[in-house]
Design a protein around this ligand. Structure first.
Ligand SMILES: [Zn+2]
Length: 202
C-alpha cells in the first residue's frame, strides 16, 4: 500500500488538482492526506486507471487501503465501475482513524471522504463512513470513547437513514442539520457556515 500510495501521490495531475480544488480541497490538503492519481496503475489496480486515489491512513500515517474516485463525467456502471471503488475483499473501514487517536473529547463524523477533508481543513478532527450504507456496529465501538460525535450526513433520504442508524447506535451522536452537504455548505458559506451549523446543533 505504501508503494501504491506514493506512486499515485506523485502523479497528481492538473485535472485532478482542479477537480479537488473545485471541492475546496487545495494542494496542502492533497499533500497532507496523500491524495493521488492512478496514472500508472500497479498491476492489481489496472481497473482504477486515472481515478483519484484516496489512501486510508492509519494512526501512524501508514496507508491501510486505498479507495478510488472516478472523476470522468460518464455513466460509471457502463464502464464496469462505480463512482467510488473499494478494493474487492477489503473490509469496510472508517476513513481518518488518525483523528480518533488525535481527538480528545469530541469528534466529527461525515458521510464521504471529501466531506471529512473539509472538516479537517477547518480545524476539526473527523472520520467518515464512505457511504450511507457503510455504518457498522464495530464503528460504534471505535467512537464509544467520545462524549460528543457531531454527525454530518447528506440532506437526502439516504443521509437521513444513516443519521438515524448512527443516532440509534451512539448516544453521544449529535446530528448537524444542513440544507446542502458539507462540501457545498463550505463552498457557498465558507468555514463560518459550518461553525454556525454546529453551533445551531449544540
Ligand atoms: Zn467512471
Amino acid at each position: 500500500m505504501e508503494e501504491a500510495t506514493s506512486t499515485y501521490q506523485e502523479a497528481l495531475t492538473a485535472d485532478a488538482a482542479r477537480y479537488l480544488a473545485d471541492r475546496g480541497i487545495g494542494p496542502d490538503e492533497a499533500a497532507t492526506f496523500r491524495l493521488g492519481v492512478v496514472a500508472d496503475p500497479l498491476p492489481e489496480h489496472e481497473r482504477y486507471r486515472n481515478m483519484i486515489a484516496i489512501p486510508y491512513l492509519g494512526h501512524q500515517g501508514q496507508p491501510l487501503t486505498i479507495r478510488f474516485r472516478c472523476i470522468e463525467d460518464h455513466d460509471h456502471r457502463a464502464f464496469g465501475h462505480g463512482k467510488y471503488n473499494t478494493i474487492p475483499g477489503d473490509v469496510p473501514r472508517m476513513y481518518g482513524v488518525d483523528s480518533i487517536h488525535a481527538a480528545s473529547d469530541e469528534i466529527h463524523l461525515t458521510e464521504g471522504e471529501f466531506d471529512r477533508l473539509i472538516l479537517r481543513k477547518i480545524g476539526w478532527h473527523a472520520v467518515c463512513v464512505p457511504g450511507a450504507e457503510m455504518w457498522f456496529p464495530r464503528h460504534r465501538r471505535m467512537l464509544a470513547g467520545f462524549s460528543r460525535v457531531w454527525t454530518w450526513t447528506d440532506p437526502d433520504a439516504a443521509g437521513a437513514k444513516l443519521r438515524t442508524a448512527i443516532c440509534r447506535d451512539l448516544r453521544s451522536a449529535r446530528p448537524v442539520r444542513l440544507r446542502l452537504d458539507v462540501t457545498d455548505t463550505y463552498l457557498t458559506g465558507g468555514a463560518q457556515a459550518l461553525y454556525d451549523a454546529k453551533e445551531a446543533a449544540a
